[in-house]
Design a protein around this ligand. Structure first.
Ligand SMILES: C[S@@+](CC[C@H](N)C(=O)[O-])C[C@H]1O[C@@H](n2cnc3c(N)ncnc32)[C@H](O)[C@@H]1O
Length: 423
């Protein structure tokens, strides 16, 4: 069966039909349908978990969740140890990060754990959900918005806004024109036109103001969905911190000459490509997050920036290197810790997760110094003072970067009966 062409997904067929019916569509609508429509990438993952091929920091090593737990416990203290302390994780996926955070709180801050109410929110529910079992209230909500109010605590996300649909633009004669998706027979083609809405026009203006000299042919993305999201987060939070980890940059470098082809990336098995018009519904599509815009929108909505740094810095500030040292000091044969070492190193790697960014925004908390954003900080000193650090270890639910649990082989795709998948 290997090599047999796969049938078009319902998402691809629906996009064709919509363009034939309504004419060219914005890229954001295309991306929305390709990812979240019936038979889109995430819809397919709900039906067939074996097809999931994205790889995120929580999967690389449980230390990610452990260090976030240390940061959350500090937020709890800064808020005056509220009861309940609500942690809303948006885009929580299969719940692996939730599980590691709660295990981290259990180990490092049981008082905080006892006060915690953990809410997992996702617009799609992967078919396999990790059991999040702890002596706290855990809720799962399916929604593409934040269906909570009055949160005293933290609204947390890992790799969420990069999955929001973006509009694409191209520079021509000093103007930024929007890219539309059209059909030439059966083939997707792109057309340039005016901005599809006032919101897109305003974001294009802002991009041009920030980087006035984009060369002809320069391509980029804007994401009006960020505006709704930040407003949702600010509206949901009564008192607390929004913590966002994702790939992206501040506005000027995001639209700098080094990224003249934009940041749209499609991921399919081991390969990353820039072509969203193939494997529709079978490949992931994402774009870098504009962390400059997030901060501006935050301020407008009542969220002040408490910290912004690279993920490597954030994790090191919270003691990632100390845990790595503790792992190396374990009196066990070195090969038994090799996979853990690889996972932790991956979290800190400048070419990978380490280059992601972490943003903390606060509402009604004053200006607490959060340890993740300062090289000298109480969390780190506390860890340094300990004689032994218990390092969380990889479980079968995490990716084993030395073994074979990282990605699924392409062959799996052919083992899936696609005709039954969408019945
Ligand atoms: C790349 S996955 C990351 C999953 C998980 N946070 C992790 O780190 O492994 C992106 C997740 O965001 C979810 N998502 C996308 N848009 C969303 C929205 N508007 N509201 C809630 N979840 C959303 C997707 O369904 C998906 O589970």
């Amino acid at each position: 069966v290997l090599g047999k062409p796969l049938p078009p997904t319902p998402a691809e067929l629906a996009i064709h039909e919509a363009i034939r019916r309504d004419g060219p569509m914005t890229f954001a609508r295309f991306m929305e349908m390709a990812l979240y429509g019936a038979g889109g990438y995430y819809d397919t993952l709900q039906r067939e978990p074996r097809l999931r091929d994205y790889f995120t920091a929580p999967m690389a090593h449980p230390l990610f969740g452990r260090l976030l737990a240390l940061q959350l416990a500090e937020v709890w203290q800064a808020l005056g140890r509220p009861q309940p302390f609500t942690v809303v994780e948006q885009g929580a996926g299969d719940g692996l990060l939730a599980q590691d955070i709660l295990a981290g709180l259990e180990r490092e801050a049981p008082d905080c754990l006892a006060a915690t109410r953990y809410v997992l929110v996702d617009r799609t529910l992967p078919a396999v959900q990790h059991e999040v079992q702890h002596a706290v209230r855990v809720e799962r909500l399916v929604s593409d918005r934040l269906p909570v109010r009055g949160v005293v605590g933290c609204i947390l996300s890992n790799e969420l806004p990069d999955a929001f649909p973006v509009h694409r633009f191209q520079a021509r004669n000093g103007e930024l024109l929007e890219v539309y998706v059209a059909l030439d027979g059966e083939r997707f083609v792109e057309q340039l036109g005016f901005a599809s809405s006032a919101r897109v026009a305003a974001l294009l203006e802002r991009a041009k103001r920030t980087v006035p000299d984009m060369a002809d042919g320069y391509r980029g993305e804007v994401c009006p969905a960020l505006e709704d999201w930040v407003r949702d987060v600010a509206g949901a939070l009564e008192r607390g911190v929004a913590l966002t980890a994702d790939y992206g940059d501040l506005t000027a470098p995001l639209y700098g000459p080094a990224r003249a082809r934009g940041t749209l990336r499609c991921a399919y098995r081991h390969t990353v490509s820039g072509n969203p018009y193939v494997r529709i519904g079978r490949q992931d599509i994402t774009a870098h997050v504009d962390f400059g815009l997030l901060q501006e929108l935050g301020v407008q909505a009542g969220l002040s920036t408490l910290g912004y740094t690279t993920q490597a810095m954030f994790l090191r500030n919270l003691g990632a290197d100390l845990y790595l040292r503790a792992l190396n000091a374990l009196r066990v044969p070195r090969e038994t810790t090799a996979a853990d070492r690889t996972g932790i190193t991956e979290l800190l790697s400048d070419e990978g997760f380490g280059n992601f960014k972490v943003l903390a925004q606060g509402k009604g908390v004053g200006g607490p110094k959060l340890s993740g954003f300062h090289t000298e900080n109480p969390v780190r000193s506390g860890l340094t003072a300990r004689t032994a650090l218990a390092v969380p270890r990889l479980t079968p639910q995490h990716a084993d970067l030395l073994g074979s649990r990282t990605f699924l082989g392409t062959k799996r795709e052919y083992e899936v009966d696609w005709s039954k998948l969408f019945q």
